[in-house]
Ligand binder design. Structure first.
Ligand code: NAD
Ligand code: TYD
Length: 353
């Protein structure tokens, strides 16, 4: 038995693959295009594992996906592959349309053909799980209730619009063709292997490098943070017991303003790696121009997955964020590797540094 994971060299995908193989004897076929966000270093500990089969390739390559499905005959596909950074989608939306919409469509087509050829219990038990985001629901005001699965889709960035489109395609493949799909809509993740273009790893990296900690706008935008291994356990729970065609919101019940997050990071760094001049990392905080169309608040109501599947996050923000900071402090080589090359071009362009 095996599962096919796409995007398994990225942040969440690599955590998922490591987590999966840490508790299963079931092989993982890992299809990843290795864009700037994909990194085989994330999977270094699996180098000699007979249960991990890495294939470099595009989810939009229908022939490749069809060949992989035929060869390995997985019992499930878990689709993490995506362009995932909002700021990049604002600068250049094309790649988001190609991977998140066209790529997901081609993947669905290949999976539909494969599933159509299955019979008996193989057909009954097959699953296609699509990993999506809370950003498809748009933005909340301070007093709005958190997003439930019934909230209407109101995506505001090219990233969230492309993810919304992919969610709709997945929905339609269930409704029209009966493909056994599941969709998860998760809040902001954090943890090991997070590429330092996103807020939390960027702030840790910049703080330690003595650079400004850029806060967009007034810093009062709210995100609902979830430790990445809690997202992984939620995906496992949905894969095992989710109802076909359903969507499940996943979140940490942990809303924070960006300023609160950055203050917390600075305070932990002050304890774990104090600056030699005795000042706080907080002194590096710099308010910068806001992101165009910046969503004010995301918040996930995770009642459905708790009620139906008994899933709950294991980490609080307090425990998860300290683990995260320690991971970055203990893995400077990983940070050095991913922040060389094209990363520099991105930060120079985005922050005019
Ligand atoms: P990431 O950018 O770190 O990783 C994406 C991975 O997909 C990379 O390894 C990349 O090489 C690969 N990839 C990109 N295009 C591909 C293609 N065409 N074919 C094959 N592989 C391709 O992203 P992430 O943060 O790990 O997010 C994974 C998924 O979870 C995405 O679908 C994202 O929308 C969703 N999600 C992320 C968050 C978050 O906070 N990071 C929250 C909710 C949902
Ligand atoms: P990000 O990690 O890019 O995730 P998303 O936009 O998908 O929620 O950003 C999290 C929040 O942090 C978001 O409100 C934008 C803000 N932010 C900054 O203030 N400064 C930064 O340099 C970055 C990258 C993000």
């Amino acid at each position: 038995m095996s599962i096919l994971v796409t995007g398994g060299a990225g942040f969440i995908g690599s955590n998922f693959v490591l987590d999966w193989l840490g508790q299963n004897k079931e092989a993982v076929i890992n299809l990843d295009a290795l864009t700037y966000a994909g990194n085989l270093q994330n999977l270094a500990s699996l180098r000699n594992s007979p249960l991990h089969h890495f294939v470099q390739g595009d989810i939009g390559d229908g022939a490749l996906v069809a060949a992989l499905l035929e060869k390995h005959r997985p019992r499930a596909v878990v689709n993490f592959a995506a362009e995932s950074h909002v700021d990049r989608s604002i600068v250049g939306p094309e790649a988001f349309i190609q991977t998140n919409i066209v790529g997901t469509f081609r993947l669905l087509e290949a999976v539909r053909a494969f599933w159509g050829g299955l019979t008996g219990s193989d057909r009954e038990t097959f699953r296609f799980l699509h990993v999506s985001t809370d950003e498809v629901y748009g933005s909340l005001s301070e007093s709005d209730p958190a997003f439930t699965e019934l909230h209407r889709y109101e995506p505001n960035s090219p990233y969230s619009a492309s993810k919304a489109a992919s969610d709709h395609l997945v929905r339609s493949y269930h409704h029209t063709y009966g493909l056994p799909t599941l969709t998860t809509n998760c809040s902001n993740n954090y943890g090991p292997h997070h590429f330092p273009e996103k807020l939390i790893p960027l702030v840790i990296h910049n703080a330690l490098s003595g650079k400004p900690l850029p806060i967009y706008g007034d810093g009062r935008n709210v995100r609902d943070w979830l430790y990445v291994t809690d997202h992984c356990s939620a995906i496992r729970a949905v894969l095992a017991g989710g109802r076909l065609g359903e969507t499940y919101n996943v979140g940490g019940w942990n809303e924070m303003t960006n300023l609160e997050v950055v203050h917390t990071l600075c305070d932990i760094l002050d304890e774990e790696q104090p600056k030699t001049d005795g000042t706080s990392y907080r002194a590096q905080i710099t308010f910068v121009k806001d992101r165009p169309g910046h969503d004010r608040r995301y918040a996930i109501d995770a009642t459905k997955i708790e009620r139906e599947l008994g899933w709950r996050p294991a980490e609080t923000f307090t425990t998860g964020i300290r683990k995260t900071v320690r991971w970055y402090l203990q893995n400077p080589e990983w940070v050095r590797q991913v922040t060389s090359g094209s990363y520099r071009e991105w930060t120079a362009q985005q922050y005019q540094s």
